[in-house]
Design a protein around this ligand. Sequence first.
Ligand SMILES: Nc1ncnc2c1ncn2[C@@H]1O[C@H](COP(=O)(O)OP(=O)(O)OP(=O)(O)O)[C@@H](O)[C@H]1O
Length: 620
Amino acid sequence: MKLFLRLLFRNRLAGFGAVVLGAIVVLAVLTPVLPLHAPNETNTANRFLRPFAEGHLLGTDHLGRDLLSRLMWGTRLSLAVGFAAALVAGLAGAAIGVIAGYFGGRTDNVTMRGVDMLMAFPYILLALAIVAVLGPGLLNALIAVAVVNIPFFARNIRGITVGIAHREFIDAARLAGMGHTRILLTEVVPNVVPVVVIAMSTTIGWMILETAGLSFLGLGSQPPQADLGSMLGEARSALITAPHTSIVPGVMILLIVMSVNLLGDGIRDALDPRLRSGALARPMAATRVERKTVPAPEGEGLLRIDGLETQFHIGARVYKAVNKVSLDLKPGECLGLIGESGSGKSVTALSVMGLVASPPGVITGGAVRLNGQDLIGAPYEVLRALRGRKVAYIFQDPLSTLHPLYRIGDQLIEAIRVHEPVSRAQAHERAIKLLEDVRIPNARARARAFPHELSGGMRQRVGIAMAMANDPDIIIADEPTTALDVTVQAQILALLDDLRRSRGLAILFITHDFGVVGQLCDRVAVMYGGRIVETGPTAEVLEAPAHPYTRRLIACVPELGGGRRVLAAIPGLPPAVDDLPQGCAFAPRCDKAQDACRKGEIALTGAARQVRCLYPEVAP
Ligand SMILES: Nc1ncnc2c1ncn2[C@@H]1O[C@H](COP(=O)(O)OP(=O)(O)OP(=O)(O)O)[C@@H](O)[C@H]1O
């Protein structure tokens, strides 16, 4: 709740709306105890008194009734009717939407076609027709406004429910033997409530306006009862001679609707977790850079990452995903980057080409040098020219990176032609050659396939072919074999190894599996809590790990024919990167940790083999 209020008031306009609406609601609630004239007390001798007349702060209307008093009572009524109509429309619409979306089939067809029929009428005509049937009166106006708004809620909520009804947690609830009512109440409804609240908060203003419209036409509140719409309606004939009688309720309607809408927008933004993390904001073309100093290069190399710091800024929280990471990659070399889930491997890899989404990502320090050229903060055009051309990526799930509606051949042709002005026919021949290079059988026919027609292993080969399309110098492979079975995994690793040897490719290989590192990588860097904790030649690190974390990671890998060995899981969880402990981040899970490990900054020491540990297993 505190977070919600903070997010809400961060939006100044929403805060302004909340203050104005709050003041109006408080006044409306206090109206019966305020020292006001009776709202219906007529005094024809005092007709159309101007504002600030004695005893009548806002003047009087055509029957000499006190405008201030009528305004307060009218506001009270209009607010109550608007809120009640929103509540009725929201609850009824949500119930229809949830039932139609959850049960689907005929239930969905019948209810939604009924809703469509309601929507086919212009809403104000429909409201007029309903009031004409029920008869004029405030309650009937409320019913009419609620009914014409039900379709809006029903369609919205049905859409959300259809998405939820096929999710795994609903299937799990069904498998657990839960009945429909229980699933609806405990699984579906809690997921749609925020959407209902958001939709209601943004439509209350509209409903207040519609109710006022019906009252203005004489179909809502009946004389002498005042609501804002009827006050406007009665003042219509004196619009020129006594404009204040129209202006007073008009300004109040404006204030209420404006403040409700501003507040509604703020509530929507504060409640939507995607907006909160910036996921729906349009990401910048390259990661935002806010670095104060540029570190000097620490050595040569095709790719040098020096003291890279990448953070996620979400509200007041700062997630230090990558914390002063330095790595280097030579031509033709394969460097493994290993660590548990959440250790910062992917964010490191994406930072290289400025691909971390901003907001919320920010590169706050360090340098990434490709052949000596610093890429951090480089203009977008420079990065774009290098992406795919010099540095290409392969991701874990090719199904999510390949376009589902284009043939793989066409996607390869597009990848080639982004960087090279070759004809389509030439690009097509190159695409076939690439597919052959990644050992896709019958490449010419396969080029006409859509991604869903290929197996996981074949798709990953296409992913590799896409990465190779422009003959890059470096491939950054982010867990490319995690989703594949071991046989296919071995084939893909062999393919990558062949490609790197035949083409002199450098590979940054991200994985959480030491077995994979052992097969492919010359050197390995171990990451934990956003920092490198150990680096060195793969064989040496595997043979004699220096950091207790590396030792525990290696101990988790089963060995074929390795005899009976206990696979020791690492106790505890990796640290939250928005709340990293002092000293060594692994200390809370380490069986060798001493007091000194929990203080200050622990340096990465050593040369060819480096370790960030005060009590390493072996001296680096
Ligand atoms: N958009 C984001 N907002 C906030 N934190 C994020 C965001 N993206 C990543 N993080 C955090 O950054 C840290 C590093 O994430 P990263 O994806 O690099 O880990 P990883 O080691 O690649 O894990 P995995 O193997 O699961 O991909 C994690 O703690 C993660 O929670």
